[in-house]
Write a protein that binds this ligand. Structure first.
Ligand SMILES: [Fe+2]
Ligand SMILES: [Fe+2]
Length: 151
């Protein structure tokens, strides 16, 4: 796959992740006002779908982009590892939030604990920021690098 096609594919996945994150965010806001078990379940469902998309996307990104970064920054492996570490970190955060939500559902809690609310909000905001940073920084940089190499 050439880089332009790779980036188009990654951007399509970003679009999907972004709208899921926004949907999860609006359910999250609702649970803060007046939470019902249905809302927790809906939020959990959104987060499970988000997790699946993030994992799928993270792998694709690592497969398509890490080799280019390794070429660019050779022999500084840290740059390539940075992309992977950020993905791993996001997955771990999400896992913890889902665990807490499941507890809320089991205990039929009427209010979403403040720390969980903040954690989820931070996670969703960081996810959207992560997409933006790649779109405005990493992707254009890779395109630039590869067009130089070809010359
Ligand atoms: Fe990423
Ligand atoms: Fe990405």
């Amino acid at each position: 796959m050439n880089i332009a096609d790779a980036i188009t594919l990654l951007l399509e996945q970003h679009e999907e992740i972004r709208s899921l994150a926004k949907e999860a965010m609006s359910v999250l806001e609702r649970t803060k006002e007046n939470a019902s078990t249905e809302d927790y379940e809906l939020l959990l469902e959104k987060l499970i779908t988000l997790k699946a998309r993030l994992v799928e996307h993270g792998r694709k990104e690592e497969e398509l982009i890490v080799p280019i970064l390794q070429d660019m920054y050779h022999p500084q492996a840290e740059m390539a590892r940075y992309v992977e570490d950020e993905h791993t970190h996001m997955e771990e955060e999400l896992k913890e939030i889902k665990k807490h939500l499941r507890e809320h559902i089991l205990n039929k809690s009427e209010r979403l604990e403040e720390v969980i609310y903040s954690k989820a909000k931070t996670f969703l905001t960081q996810t959207i920021t992560h997409l933006f940073e790649e779109e405005s920084g990493l992707f254009p940089m890779l395109k630039g690098f590869l067009s130089q190499v070809k010359k």
